[in-house]
Design a protein around this ligand. Structure first.
Ligand code: GAR
Length: 193
């Protein structure tokens, strides 16, 4: 069985979409995979309760308890590796990762970012897309490399930016698409492994 380990920092709606897809589409049979653990860097992340409801193991590695990024990433890797991951899935995991951590999971770690990369890496993507006058926005699933919000693109979804959109209304439209493309990309990656 290929273990998927999902890292979150907040509400965990992408994580929940992945768990739902894994159950609905029978990932245990094909591609022979399961969501083995959900790990948060925030003890109060809403997604932790969602995962527990689904009887998925949860762990917290609180970044505030560590003096450096390296120390936090080292402990995070220890906790991740306990679950023997075939794939590490960043789903709203709002931490900058150290090069050593990225290297450790090279080729088996993916992220979803709420923009059409390489446009708008970083924060406040929706407001920046509106301010730039973009007619289209979207989301990108990509392999994680040392550069923030960069790396080979696995899948993308496009949505229109509508007149009168706010960052919140655009974010909600994009998030709906994230919930479709992230499970699909993960299934495809695991199938190919
Ligand atoms: C999602 O929109 C995700 O793309 C974004 O955080 C949100 C998490 O929502 N990630 C990033 O901005 C990473 N750079 P969720 O916790 O409900 O899945």
């Amino acid at each position: 069985m290929k273990n998927i380990v999902i890292l979150i920092s907040g509400g965990g709606s992408n994580m929940a979409a992945i768990v739902r897809a894994s159950q609905r589409d029978g990932w245990r049979k094909s591609p022979g995979a399961q969501v083995a653990a959900v790990i948060s860097n925030r003890p109060d992340a809403g997604g932790l309760a969602l995962a527990r409801e689904q009887m998925i193991a949860t762990e917290v590695v609180d970044h505030k308890q560590f003096g450096s990024r390296e120390a936090f990433d080292a402990e995070l890797a220890t906790v991740i590796d306990r679950h023997d991951p075939a794939l590490v899935v960043l789903a709203g995991f709002m931490r900058i990762l150290t090069p050593g951590f990225v290297e450790r999971y090279q080729g088996r770690m993916v992220n979803i970012h709420p923009s059409l990369l390489p446009a708008f890496p970083g924060l406040h993507t929706h407001q920046r897309a509106i301010d730039a006058g973009c007619r289209f926005a979207g989301a990108t699933v990509h392999q994680v490399t040392a550069e923030l919000d960069f790396g080979p693109i696995v899948d993308q979804a496009v949505v229109p930016v509508l007149p009168g959109d706010t960052a919140d209304s655009l974010a909600a439209r994009v998030l709906t698409q994230e919930h479709l493309i992230y499970p699909r990309a993960i299934a495809a990656l695991l199938q190919g492994q």
